[in-house]
Design a protein around this ligand. Sequence first.
Ligand SMILES: *Cc1c(COP(=O)(O)O)cnc(C)c1O
Length: 411
Amino acid sequence: MKFNTKVLHGSYRAEFHAGSTLAPVAQVSAFEQSSAEQMEKVFSNQAPGFAYSRLQNPTVLAFERQIAELEEGVAAVACASGMAAVSMALLNILQAGDEIIATSRLYGGTLSLFHDLEKFGIKTRFASRGEPESCKPLITEKTKLVFTEVISNPGLDVADVEGLAELAHANGIPLIVDNTTATPVLFHPLRHGADVAIHSSSKYINGHGSAISGVIVDGGNFLWDGERWPALKDFCGIPKLAYLSRLRNDIWQHFGPCLAPQNAFLNILGLETIGLRVERECSNALALANALSQLRGIHAVNYPGLETSGSYSRTRLFTGGKAGAILTFRAGSKERAFQIVNHLKYASIVSNIGDVRTLVVHPASSLFIHSGKEERERAGVYDDLIRVSVGIEDIEDLIQDFTEAIEKADQ
Ligand SMILES: *Cc1c(COP(=O)(O)O)cnc(C)c1O
């Protein structure tokens, strides 16, 4: 099955009961058992079944199965938000004294999380860009993982996933990637050497801005060593599921960031059209990036699908050579950036991405408001930067909207 057929006809559908075409919403906290013995079996993983929705829920499981299948992993765990997914994916294998190597220009929330982790004795070393060569000198005895975003948000650097995986594996550590902005339509990180893939499914997977959620997918290929990752020691008996079993049966259960069944349903519904949406959003983004590049007073249009982008050659690994649906440009000053944003008619001022609607944001005064100047600059967040998450509107209307807003800003 190819991707779009798999979205609709994948084996995850076996989770749906009684011929339902969509996963029924099991909107309950807990599940009744037929006997005390049965309850014991379910709790001790001796029998399949559901006990409590923080641990497992049929609607959430259907979503997890679907994402695992689409991302070509062995299993997935859904979380209450993308940030919960990033936190859990890292904390599952880290302890005080460990170090992370991360590429730069990452999502602001993830940078803030790295700061928080310092208070727990976990240090992050940042590579100057996303290149394996700049990560290499940072690896020490304490390094336990390499982290990157496939297309960084809002830096829009496309990571060399294969190169980073090679470097990580040569040093006996895993590569964990955030694939939110590239989407499972364009790129399969696990196929290209990553060990764990994360999504903020609040974005393209949901697609309609109707629910916050995240998901962690385990590729099952990394050979975990119980000495080096003591937390996984008890789970190494089934090597292919060591990472995910520890996550599901241990830290994720105990921290408690489970996904609500209704939100899992909204994701399943949204996923049905992910192929169509992303294809359209990418072609709109390329056309808008080209149009903006022609406009006077607009600088540094950044879109990985433009030949002028340093990341252009890496987009060849993406399905159809498509380059995602996010672009940024510089307006010259913060004031002019605000004016342009305020004059837009169709593009809404929203801090989200991955919606069917076109969304704009001034990252320096919103997503990165708590970051210092140095951190902002390292992330490529300049004072005059505008980020656009391109939607599925008619491209003529979008180009006209931006052209007119820029004209009005200069009157
Ligand atoms: C939005 C986003 C997150 C965080 O996801 P939430 O669902 O908002 O918690 C993480 N990584 C990237 C790349 C994102 O765009």
